[in-house]
Design a binder for this molecule. Structure first.
Ligand code: MSP
Length: 506
């Protein structure tokens, strides 16, 4: 049986339309899912939408719609974007679906029955945009410490989750599992946060109605984060012990942005501990994108819309840029200049030229029929070794979710391929009949190295690599068993490719 691998993205709020921040996590998750599938894992890749809560309710009122009408409309924009971006999710969960509501009611009731959710009274400061309560001392100059917006004082009867009870157990879990929270800097932040002391958490509201009611006390609505986090299990069929739940829970990795780490690394694990369920193996928080040096925001009107980027540059260019430009885990800056620079140098020049030069020569010297190689010389063996080493390096970097490093190690081989052409000078060999075997060997090694490159790259650039593999006569052969030198058969028909990536003016 194939080993399971379960990767999730956050579920996105429907009060906002998708921007590059959302596309970023989803593309990263897709690359990971595709890579793991290729490496022989049984992958479950989940994304979805977070449709309840006061924020969505308010947005719906402003738009003159019911919350569900708003959700139905916005969710289509997310789904259409994922389709355009080539996202290969297995499932899309909406928190308004019955399967989800049922699961949330169940886990809430279960923790209540076990005694770790109790009814009490709440008085504190609430930040609606962040859907977060703050104590007086946490406020910064009377405003939300996260977003700096005004907060309101709320007093209400509320259900509380006994989070304080799990403080030591959570710390012990984090200590015992060094990879549970990544990157390391973020892990340290969470440890300090927990050590400051965990308070019990208010997990219901009575001030609005758009959400899942507390079973048996319906004037209470379950806190939107309690509701949302449960999606990772309800999508698998929880509370039913379905085949999917048995196979894929606990999740292998939750990919999220750094702003929602506390919910995933403190709240979620303690809910699970209270319910007696296993914790996810890893929570990885990536950084945030600014745009041309500024925070991305509606008021600054600088929100980068992924559809516009795809129209302008093409889907694989966008996927490549997002994961190459910034090491996963750090903040980064988006600019059109940087994107065009990557497009022209890494994509059009390096990988695009390599394939068009080598396929054009095969067509010219061999009518496109790949010759068999003769004995490999030192320079050929060096290219072979570089290609083989890359497969191992990629596995290490992908395991660390170091997408940018993965691409760098692939590009090392691409550069080596271009250098190999210059050094072996096939056009000179072609003029000398005595070098017939040498030319065949060079052409074979060049194309074989690229076959492996494009298989590995298919996780990142699915559309382009399909074209490339097609021109190498091995389309559809995306599997770890194909990642072995010598897979390309002599006699294969090689066709000349059009430029994989047309250059653009900056
Ligand atoms: N609904 C919650 C998540 C619930 S998960 C159980 C939520 N939704 S969100 O739509 O506001 O944000 C989703 C993700 O987008 C977060 O991971 C957030 O970090 C990410 N980003 C939002 N703006 C971003 C950038 N400017 N840059 C990178 N990621 C950003 O939070």
């Amino acid at each position: 049986m194939k080993p399971p691998f379960y990767v999730t993205t956050p579920i996105y709020y429907v009060n906002d339309v998708p921007h590059i921040g959302h596309a970023y996590t989803t593309v990263a998750a897709d690359v990971l899912a595709r890579y793991k599938r290729m490496m022989g894992f049984d992958v479950y890749f989940l994304t979805g939408s977070d449709e309840h809560g006061q924020k969505v309710e308010k947005a719906a009122i402003t738009a003159g719609e019911t919350p569900l009408e708003l959700a139905d409309r916005v969710v289509k924009r997310y789904q259409a974007l994922w389709e355009r971006l080539g996202i290969s999710n297995n499932d899309f969960i909406r928190t308004t679906q019955e399967r989800h509501k049922k699961g949330v009611s169940h886990i809430f009731t279960d923790i209540l029955n076990k005694g770790d959710i109790y009814l009490g009274e709440y008085e504190d400061w609430y930040c609606t945009p962040c859907e977060t309560f703050w104590t007086e001392t946490q406020l910064l100059e009377g405003r939300c410490p996260d977003c700096n917006r005004p907060v309101e004082k709320l007093k209400e009867e509320s259900y509380f989750f006994r989070m304080s009870k799990y403080q030591e157990q959570l710390l012990a879990h984090i200590e015992a599992n060094p990879d549970f929270i990544q990157p390391k800097s973020k892990r340290n932040e969470i440890i300090s946060f927990i050590k400051e002391g965990l308070r019990d958490l208010s997990v219901s509201r009575t001030t609005f109605s758009w959400g899942i009611p507390v079973p048996g006390n319906e004037k209470h609505i379950i806190y939107v984060w309690f509701d949302a986090l449960s999606n990772y299990m309800t999508a698998l069929g929880y509370p039913e012990n379905t085949k999917e739940f048995k196979q894929f829970w606990p999740a292998s990795v939750h990919l999220i942005g750094k702003d929602i780490l506390r919910f995933h690394a403190v709240y979620w694990p303690t809910f699970l501990m209270a319910a007696g369920l296993p914790l996810p193996e890893k929570v990885f928080a990536h950084g945030w994108w600014t745009v041309e040096g500024q925070k991305m925001s509606k008021s600054l009107q600088n929100v980068v819309e992924p559809n516009m980027l795809i129209d302008k540059y093409g889907v694989d260019v966008v996927r490549y840029f997002l994961l190459r430009e910034v090491p996963f885990g750090l903040d980064g800056d988006f600019s059109h200049t940087a994107l065009v620079q990557r497009l022209n140098s890494d994509l059009a020049n390096d990988i695009g030229n390599l394939l068009s030069r080598s396929t054009a020569m095969t067509v010219k010297y061999y009518d496109g029929i790949l010759p068999a190689p003769a004995e490999l010389q030192e320079i050929d063996l060096a290219l072979k070794k570089k290609t083989e080493d890359m497969i191992v390096n990629v596995a290490t970097h992908m395991n660390d979710l170091a997408f940018s490093k993965t691409l760098q190690s692939i590009w090392d081989v691409i550069s080596a391929g271009n250098k190999y052409i210059d050094e072996t000078a096939p056009w000179t060999l072609a003029k000398d009949p005595a070098q017939k075997d040498r030319l065949a060997t060079v052409m074979y090694c060049l194309l074989e190295s690229q076959r492996i490159i494009h298989i590995i790259l298919s996780a990142f650039l699915p559309t382009t690599t399909e074209k490339a593999l097609c021109s190498l006569g091995c389309q559809g052969k995306i599997d770890k068993d194909e990642l072995v030198w010598g897979g390309l058969q002599a006699g294969t028909t090689i066709t000349k490719t059009e430029a994989l990536f047309p250059r653009m003016e900056g």
